[in-house]
Write a protein that binds this ligand. Structure first.
Ligand code: TXA
Ligand code: MG
Length: 317
C-alpha cells in the first residue's frame, strides 16, 4: 500500500535509497527514480512492465541543471526552453556520458524535461541527482492525472505517492528534437504545434503520428487502453452498429440524445484546454463502468485538440 502525502522529505529519503516515488507534474503523474542509479532505473522498467527499448525522460529543475546531462546548446532548443520551460515540453538532446544507455535505451540522445509543478520543483531543487520519470501507469494503459489514479494501478508496488492535486494540463509533454532542417515533433502534447511555431518564428519540419511499427520510440499506437474497447468516429453512426450492447460515450461538448449507460463530456463550453485536462480521467471513469464499448468522437483538430485526437486514436486501437 502506498502512503499518499505531500511529504517532500520522505520522497527525498526514498529516492536517495533507490526507491521509486510517484510525483505530480502539470502533465501527468510520473514514476520517479534516481536517473543516475542503475538500480532505480531498472525498478522503473520493472514496476511499469515497460519494454527496455522505450527510453525514459530525465527531469531537472532548470536548463542549467540539465546541461550537466545533455548538450543544450542548440539555438532552437534555447529559444523553446526560454519561452516554454518549466512546462509541458521535452527536449531530445545529445546525451552526456553520465546518462546510462539503460535510461536512453541505447540511443545517443536523452529526453530532458523541466516540469512546472511547485511540489515537484521543490523536490527536484533539493535532490542532488535528476529523476527519470515515465508516466506512472502500467505500460500501455491510460496515464494518471491524480494521486488516486496512480494508487489504483501501481499502489501495491509503491511506498509513496506525492500528492500535488490533479494535473492541470492533463496530457503528456510535447516531445521535440532539433535537426539541421528544423524542429521535429516526436509526440503531440501539452504545448500545441502552433505555440512551438510561434516561439520559433518558423514552421516545425515534421510531426510524427502514432504507428504500430514505430521508427521512433514513443510512437507505439497501442496505448492509453482504458480497459474497454474505444471506437473513435461519429457517435451517432457507430451507435447503430452496437445496438443491444451497453454503450458508454465520451464527447467534446455534447452528445446526441440516445441511450448511453454512462457518459463523459470533456468541455461543455468547447474549451480545448479544459477538454485536455479532463480526457484521461474521463477515459478511466468509462473504463470502469462495465460498458461493452466506449464511443468517442474527435475534437476540433487545432491547438491541444491535435494531441487530444492523438490520444483518442491511440486509446482506440
Ligand atoms: O509529460 C511527460 O512527458 C510525462 C511526465 C511524467 O513528465 N512523462 C512521460 O514519460 O510521458 P513516458 O515515459 O510515459 O513517455 C516518454 C516518451 C516515450 O514515448 C519515449 O519513447 C520518448 O518519450 N522518449 C524518451 N527518450 C527518448 C529519446 N531519446 N528519443 C526519442 N524518444 C524518446
Ligand atoms: Mg507514458
Amino acid at each position: 500500500m502506498s502512503i499518499i502525502s505531500n511529504d517532500i522529505e520522505h520522497a527525498i529519503e526514498l529516492l536517495t535509497r533507490d526507491e521509486l516515488v510517484a510525483i505530480p507534474t502539470e502533465t501527468v503523474y510520473g514514476l520517479a527514480g534516481n536517473a543516475l542509479s542503475t538500480n532505480a532505473v531498472v525498478k522503473i522498467f520493472q514496476t511499469k512492465n515497460r519494454p527496455s527499448f522505450d527510453p525514459l525522460i530525465v527531469h531537472t529543475s532548470s536548463l542549467a541543471e540539465a546541461s550537466k546531462f545533455a548538450d543544450v546548446s542548440s539555438a532552437r532548443i534555447q529559444k523553446l526552453a526560454n519561452a516554454l520551460s518549466p512546462g509541458p515540453i521535452t527536449f531530445i538532446l545529445p546525451k552526456k556520458n553520465n546518462i546510462s544507455d539503460l535510461v536512453t535505451s541505447g540511443h545517443d540522445t536523452v529526453g530532458i524535461r523541466i516540469p512546472n509543478h511547485p511540489l515537484t520543483f521543490e523536490l527536484l531543487s533539493k535532490l542532488p541527482f535528476p529523476v527519470a520519470a515515465p508516466s506512472a501507469n502500467p505500460f500501455g494503459f491510460t496515464s494518471p492525472t491524480t494521486a488516486n489514479h496512480v494508487n489504483d494501478q501501481l499502489g501495491e508496488k509503491l511506498s509513496l505517492i506525492l500528492d500535488g492535486g490533479p494535473s492541470s494540463v492533463g496530457l503528456e509533454s510535447t516531445i521535440v528534437k532539433d535537426t539541421k532542417k528544423g524542429i521535429l515533433v516526436l509526440r503531440l502534447g501539452g504545448i500545441s504545434i502552433e505555440t512551438v511555431e510561434e516561439v520559433l518564428g518558423e514552421k516545425v519540419v515534421s510531426v510524427k503520428t502514432s504507428s504500430s511499427n514505430p521508427t521512433a520510440p514513443g510512437m507505439l499506437s497501442s496505448h492509453y487502453n482504458p480497459g474497454t474497447p474505444v471506437l473513435l468516429g461519429n457517435i451517432e453512426e457507430n451507435y447503430k452498429f452496437h445496438k443491444g450492447k451497453r454503450i458508454a460515450a465520451i464527447a467534446f461538448q455534447q452528445l446526441p440524445s440516445l441511450h448511453f449507460t454512462s457518459v463523459e463530456i470533456l468541455s461543455p463550453n468547447g474549451n480545448l484546454n479544459e477538454a485536455a485536462s479532463n480526457l484521461f480521467k474521463a477515459l478511466r471513469n468509462l473504463g470502469k463502468t462495465g460498458a461493452d464499448i466506449i464511443l468517442a468522437e474527435p475534437v476540433p483538430d487545432k491547438g491541444l485538440g491535435k494531441a487530444i485526437n492523438d490520444r483518442l486514436q491511440r486509446a482506440s486501437v
